[in-house]
Design a protein around this ligand. Structure first.
Ligand code: CA
Length: 510
């Protein structure tokens, strides 16, 4: 503890028998808090301290919910290490209350707009990108060569176009293309190709003999935007043809102009990665507040990460707008339970070692923090992995089922039409995506200071009392509108830090 620094802890709910330590360097044995609690052992930052004596097998309560049971007696004022917390059973999927506590729709929020690229299909771009979709990995070497030349020789001639982005992946051949679950990677690629930031101008590069023929990725089997390498006379001819087609698409994209659009043009994807015990009390609740503002202003908001929702699903099904939505939510949980079981994996594979170091004992504690991103609106729709948000038929809060893996979740949210991404991080990750702006929100001030040129918003101020959840929520909301309008670049775009796409393929390889 720094000299003169006030010792602080955060107790989220009045029923909680644990709290987390706020101070950056943790607190030593003998520390006395304003409440009178005295530490009987050292407690690191973000880790739990017992507020009362907890007997063996008694519940350990955080967020007002049982996150586990004490493996042995825990004395008031001591550090609750992960090994002292026994994981409870997950909520039974066939016993969940559905639509029993649907929140009132929040009052509309008027007067906000952003400057976006309006597309013919009604979607709105937040960037202006030439997207080049591959049907198979075999073409990537040639395409990378061509894209390097496109960026150097053509892109500077079309100043209204922001970037050229390759959709590189390892799907397309050597895969069980007709397996029932192949629908997920194929749908993902189809929907990425029509991403609003590509302005209806994506082009396609295929090999010729692959299982996933490129015309399965275009709209209505259109072949006019496809280059098929096996039709060409050697490498240089392939590059020439790709570059000629790219120039035609750049000419069209260069005509796009930003216009004032209603907030209903936004599809904002919420995600967390590298979580810690602060995620659920600072960054994620602030994101949840921004989610509510966005929904009130008419946007679509996606929250995802099935494995981090599964243990809190009993808190979500009551918020489903109706029985149909509630059933769809359970359907996605059940699909994932079966998927994990087939792989002989279980939910204890999450959290990661870094999450645990950050104070998260288990997936229940992580989940309770994770769902805070969903705010307090009714859940009006559920998307299977990679489905378009427009399929929900209305804006508002949607659950988009994805794995929690940062790159797979980001890729699937892009396929759903996400045009701005908000990413909360506690341990710290320099995550970014080429296809849409990514706004990073730190859970702790110490991370925001350590990574001042990577973190866009510091929600750690909530833990120290220097800002409220509402303050940071508004800050996130305004940053989203600025980033969507191209007025403000998040650090990931400033530095060009862009992670690879990662397709979710639950079907077999052959
Ligand atoms: Ca994640």
């Amino acid at each position: 503890m720094e000299l003169n620094e006030t010792p602080r802890y955060i107790q989220v709910h009045t029923d909680d028998n644990v709290a987390i330590v706020v101070n950056a360097k943790g607190l030593p044995e003998g520390t006395v808090f304003d409440s009178g609690l005295t530490l009987k052992s050292y407690v690191p930052q973000g880790h739990k301290v017992a507020l009362r004596d907890i007997g063996e097998s008694e519940p350990i309560i955080r967020y007002g919910v049982t996150i586990g049971y004490a493996v042995s007696p825990i004395e008031k004022g001591t550090w609750i290490k992960e090994s002292l917390v026994q994981l409870p059973e997950p909520p039974q999927l066939d016993e969940l209350p559905i639509a029993t506590n649907v929140p009132e729709a929040l009052p509309p929020l008027e007067g906000y707009t952003f400057e976006g690229y309006l597309n013919d299909d009604g979607s709105v771009g937040t960037k202006n990108i030439l997207g080049i979709v591959t049907s198979v990995q075999c073409v990537v070497g040639v395409l990378q060569f061509a894209v390097k030349r496109i960026k150097a020789e053509l892109l500077p001639k079309y100043p209204n176009v922001d970037d050229v982005v390759m959709l590189n992946h390892s799907y397309g051949c050597g895969v069980a293309i007709n397996a029932p679950e192949a629908v997920i990677p194929i749908r993902t690629l189809q929907n990425l190709a029509t991403h609003p930031n590509f302005g209806g101008q994506a082009m396609f590069v295929g090999l010729g003999c692959e299982k996933l023929q490129p015309d399965r990725l275009t709209q209505n089997g259109d072949t006019s935007g496809i280059v098929s390498l096996q039709e060409h006379q050697g490498f240089l001819d392939m590059v020439r043809v790709i570059m000629e087609m790219a120039e035609q698409h750049l000419i069209a994209l260069n005509q796009r102009k930003r216009v004032t659009c209603p907030v209903s043009g936004l599809v904002v994807g919420m995600q967390c990665g590298g979580s810690d015990a602060f995620s659920g009390v600072t960054a994620n609740p602030a994101v949840g507040y921004a989610t509510d503002l966005l929904v009130r202003a008419g946007a679509t908001v996606l929250f995802s990460e099935v494995t981090e929702v599964r243990d809190a699903v009993h808190l979500l099904t009551p918020r489903a707008a109706n029985e149909h939505v509630g059933r769809a939510l359970i359907r996605e949980m059940k699909w994932y339970d079966d998927y994990l079981r087939r792989g002989d994996a279980d939910r204890s594979a999450n959290p990661s070692p870094g999450n645990k170091k950050g104070g998260l004992a288990n997936v229940v504690e992580k989940s309770l923090g994770s769902v805070a991103k969903s705010g307090s609106s009714p859940i009006v729709g559920v998307l299977a992995p990679g489905e378009k948000a427009s399929q929900a038929g209305q804006p508002g809060l949607l659950f988009a089922a994805t794995p929690a893996s940062d790159f797979v979740c980001g890729t699937l949210q892009l396929a759903s039409g996400m045009n701005v991404h908000v990413f909360t991080t506690g341990r710290g990750t320099p995550y970014g995506l080429a296809m849409a702006p990514v706004i990073k929100v730190a859970t702790r001030t110490s991370l925001a200071q350590q990574w001042a040129d990577l973190i866009d918003i510091n929600a750690g101020r909530i833990a120290t009392g220097d800002a409220t959840i509402e303050d940071v929520g508004w800050e996130i909301f305004r940053f989203i509108l600025d980033a969507a309008s191209g007025r403000k670049k998040p650090w990931a775009d400033h530095w060009g830090l862009h992670n690879d796409l990662a397709l979710f393929n639950p079907a077999p390889l052959t």
